[in-house]
Design a protein around this ligand. Structure first.
Ligand SMILES: *Cc1c(COP(=O)(O)O)cnc(C)c1O
Length: 381
């Protein structure tokens, strides 16, 4: 019998597959570059860039949580996403959400374009726009939902239908929701990517990434790219991320509860013009999101009444930390304009609404009242 999600977070993907003779309860850290053989063909592991038992245990856990056939752990989310884009060839056309993590936009504009991929930014919240962008050379649709930082929602079932009709892959960045709230592979996606740095690792203490594949074949294709280009996750970091995942479900439950409280309270704040949180019924993507997830997550953005207010809040926060990143135990506040989305072309940024008055909040595990008191005093003149 397959265990429930919460149990898999703690114990990993399969029942006591663990190979360690010493029977440690915590997965051992195989801090070894290489593994010896007693004869030709002996031993499962060879060389840590290619395979490592600590990393493999983590990969099995993540594959199980996402409902994938395979998961590959990379040294960062960007290494994972870059590996996925090595699946394509010059001339391949790829439709991507226009509201994306800034580093991903930079990858597409600076690296993928140079390599001859035809990357087209589309408002993927509108299925008609995706459909109209499809060409004979379309090989993939790449979406983030909810998106960063505007929390726009893409209908994954619609995207899947369009991708299937075009014989293209559907790739989903599931960093914001994590498999606890959203499992794109079960909705028909082919690949899921993660910045494991965020909610999966969950403690603002390491960088990592994942590619999860719906089929063994896709998993093998990505593994070949990973071991060849070399951006694999180290044994120690694999162990840290596995430890973080043990509490994924309970962290997200609490963080989501706090995020909803903050979202509601901030809607009433005189310095806040708009709250972007998919857990608010007035959010335009509320219904679609609800139909494809089991929750709303812990990310929200706010449009303050002016750039001055936003800059003041960044100066005055005391508990909430002004820093890039998200998904950790510590609540962080980010200024997308100059931080995460600095390398997004200005015209695209303005169209999306990423201007000087926008702040993004990642809600951590502190007490909701403490967080609210802090953001409220920070917004005040
Ligand atoms: C942070 C992030 C990435 C990049 O991951 P790194 O671990 O920083 O390399 C990709 N996508 C999303 C949605 C992110 O938040």
């Amino acid at each position: 019998m397959a265990y429930s999600f919460e149990t898999q977070c703690v114990h990993g993907g399969e029942e006591r597959t663990w190979r360690d003779g010493e029977r440690s309860v915590s997965t051992p850290i195989y801090q070894s570059a290489t593994f010896f053989h007693t004869q030709i063909g002996h031993g499962q592991f060879n060389y840590t860039r290619q395979d490592n038992p600590t990393r493999l245990h983590l990969e099995e856990t993540v594959a199980a949580l996402e409902g994938g056939a395979d998961a590959i752990a990379f040294a960062s989310g960007m290494a994972a996403i870059a590996a996925v884009f090595e699946l394509f060839r010059p001339g391949d056309h790829i439709i991507v959400s226009e509201d994306l993590y800034g580093g991903t936009t930079r990858l597409f504009n600076n690296v993928s374009a140079k390599n001859g991929l035809l990357v087209e930014f589309v408002d993927t919240c509108d299925a008609e726009k995706i459909r109209n962008a499809v060409r004979p050379e379309t090989k993939a649709i790449y979406v983030e939902t909810p998106s960063n930082p505007m929390m726009n929602v893409t209908d994954l079932r619609e995207a899947r239908r369009i991708a299937a009709a075009a014989n293209a892959l559907l790739i989903v960045d599931n960093t914001f929701m994590t498999p606890y709230f959203q499992k794109p592979l079960t909705l028909g996606a082919d690949l899921v990517v993660h910045s494991g740095t965020k909610f999966l690792a969950g403690h603002n203490d390491t960088i990592c990434g994942f590619v999860v594949a719906a089929t063994k074949q896709l998993g093998e294709d990505v593994r070949l790219i990973g071991k060849t280009t070399g951006g694999m996750l180290s044994p120690f970091d694999s162990w840290l991320v596995e430890r973080g995942i043990k509490t994924l479900a309970v962290r997200l439950e609490r963080e989501q509860e706090t995020a909803l409280k903050l979202a509601r309270a901030l809607q009433e704040n005189p310095h806040v013009k708009k709250v972007y949180y998919v857990g608010l019924p007035e959010h335009p993507g509320y219904a679609v999101n609800k139909g494809q997830t089991t929750g709303f997550g812990a990310m929200l953005s706010i449009r303050t009444d002016s750039e001055e207010t936003a800059l003041r809040a960044l100066r005055k926060v005391r508990l909430i930390t002004f820093a890039e990143s998200l998904g950790g135990t510590e609540s962080l506040i980010t200024y997308p304009l100059t931080q995460t989305h600095d390398s997004v072309p200005e015209e695209q940024r303005m169209r999306l609404g990423i201007d000087g008055s926008l702040l993004r909040l990642s809600v951590g595990l502190e007490d909701a009242r403490d967080l609210l008191a802090d953001i409220e005093q920070a917004l005040e003149e």
